[in-house]
Design a protein around this ligand. Structure first.
Ligand SMILES: Cc1ncc(COP(=O)(O)O)c(C=O)c1O
Length: 477
């Protein structure tokens, strides 16, 4: 009883502290704005999260250091403890609001805690959560049907998984079974996951060293900014033919790639690359796998899927992340003929496509349609890209602005001629933007590319705030 009372008193005290902190933050923001007119103003948003009574960032960090794998990393010198989220905004332990310009691909495509998605999850959880296998349930079938309707051609058989890694592992397994071949070709700067086959297929973009897998070959990256052939996609494609000629028996199981590399630093494959490679792979009897884990679900604005930007139709499409707006879910979609190969094995996945996750997935698709999020990604993304490009004209530090829709990259270099990666500057700008209330991601082989991939409900006002903040930080460097 006494413990209960103590908890209530402590909770009330924490709530007062939280409100005081909010006030102090507001005062600090206001005084900054009074003193320096060029400090950008965050767009208004009519929501205050409930007071937070949990452990502080320092306490969490200490626990993480003691109990979590040392491989778990975080952004920022002083990492953020995010405790609430609403649409394109996050809130820290003191109730301070941040524009989340990265979380869109990390998890939420249609905004944090979208009420329709939350409702679908809660309703299904109250009714039933169970394994995918053994019995029937309409959630999985309804979502599979809705997902298939978004894909071109004969791509209409869906296997559900729990993550993007699992989806890509399964896609490669299917290709190997279907073709009877072992060899897989992927791109040097791609990222496909963190289990053995996907790590093998992942180039050096994140591991920095090759995780060797027999039969996996990494092709030249068709990177228009840093690649040897510039924007000429067909020239890079020739390397895939060379790998087949000199590295395999002449046949391959599959070619796997993203259309826009995410972890690799928002690299749109050079135009013409995918049509040329897909034709080479088909001639070698292989299947083409499109990894849509980041670029899918309308993020590119111009198209629903990234591969459509190059006018190709893959044999297998993999997806995850935004598909469930934060719920662990992935999927592999292929043709009935290819899907048939898994009947030769007893393939099942305990939770892949469980009723709660697929209810979330269906709700996400409906929100994308209802709120015209693909169109929004196009309009706001084009506006944001133009503004970033204008910033590039003012700061030598910006070597390249690229991407499409709400999947944009800004590469920082210390010298535009040599393209020397500006790693320290990248970290500095990120940290300072966080102080102003803007969260962006980072990636690329050298860790010098800002990844700007907000939830698809991002607005032009958010875009202005982001660019003005970047401008402000760079102007002080
Ligand atoms: C393109 C791509 N494929 C696959 C994956 C792996 O997905 P997951 O982390 O859900 O296993 C990722 C994760 O970042 C990714 O970006």
């Amino acid at each position: 009883m006494q413990g209960h009372l103590a908890r209530r008193v402590s909770s009330a005290r924490n709530s007062v502290i939280a409100h005081r902190c909010l006030y102090q933050v507001a005062r600090k923001e206001a005084s900054l704005q009074e003193n320096d007119v060029s400090v950008p103003k965050m767009p208004p948003f009519d929501y205050s999260p409930p007071p937070y009574n949990g452990p502080s960032a320092d306490e969490i960090l200490a626990k993480r250091r003691e109990y979590l794998s040392p491989s778990v990393f975080h952004f920022y010198k002083k990492p953020l403890n995010v405790v609430d989220g609403k649409r394109q905004y996050l809130f820290d332990e003191e109730g301070r609001r941040y524009v989340d310009a990265f979380g869109g691909i990390a998890t939420v495509c249609c905004g944090h805690c979208h009420p329709d998605v939350v409702e679908a999850i809660v309703n299904q959880t109250k009714r039933l959560q169970h394994s995918t296998v053994l019995y029937l349930n309409s959630a999985i079938a309804d979502f599979a049907e809705a997902l298939a309707s978004k894909l071109p051609g004969d791509l209409k058989v869906v296997f559900f998984t729990n993550s993007g890694t699992e989806a890509n592992e399964l896609a490669m397994l299917i290709a190997r079974l279907y073709t009877g071949c072992h060899d897989i070709i992927s791109l040097r700067n791609g990222y496909h996951g963190n289990a053995s086959a996907t790590m093998g297929a992942t180039g050096q973009s994140i591991w920095k060293h090759n995780v060797v897998q027999s039969g996996v070959h990494h092709a030249l990256n068709p990177d228009p900014y840093r690649g040897v052939f510039g924007p000429d996609g067909e020239k890079y494609a020739k390397d895939v033919q060379d790998l087949i000629d000199f590295g395999t028996s002449g046949n391959v199981a599959a070619f796997v790639s993203e259309a826009i590399q995410g972890v690799g630093g928002i690299i749109e494959l050079a135009p013409g690359y995918l049509p040329a490679v897909y034709s080479t792979i088909k001639k070698a009897g292989g299947l083409c796998i499109a990894d849509e884990v980041q670029a899918g679900f309308g993020r590119t604005g111009s198209h629903f899927w990234g591969f459509e930007t190059q006018g190709v139709v893959p044999d297998i499409v993999t997806m995850a992340k935004g598909i469930g707006n934060g719920i662990p879910l992935g999927a592999v979609v292929t043709t009935p003929e290819i899907a048939e190969v898994l009947t030769r094995r007893n393939y099942f996945n305990t939770f892949g496509g469980n009723p709660v996750c697929t209810a979330a997935g269906l709700a996400v698709l409906k929100v994308i349609e209802k709120e015209n999020l693909k169109e929004n990604a196009h309009i706001v993304g084009s506006y944001l890209k133009d503004r970033l490009a204008a910033l590039k004209d003012r700061y030598e530090l910006i070597g390249d602005v690229r991407g499409r829709g709400l999947m944009l990259g800004v590469e920082l270099v210390t010298d535009r001629q040599t393209k020397t990666p500006a790693k320290a500057e990248t970290l500095h700008v990120m940290d300072e933007m966080k102080e102003l209330g803007v969260l962006i991601g980072k990636g690329g082989y050298f860790g010098n590319v800002f990844r700007i991939t907000p939830p698809l409900c991002f607005t032009k006002e958010d875009a202005d705030y982001l660019v003005d903040s970047m401008d402000y930080v760079m102007s002080k460097m």
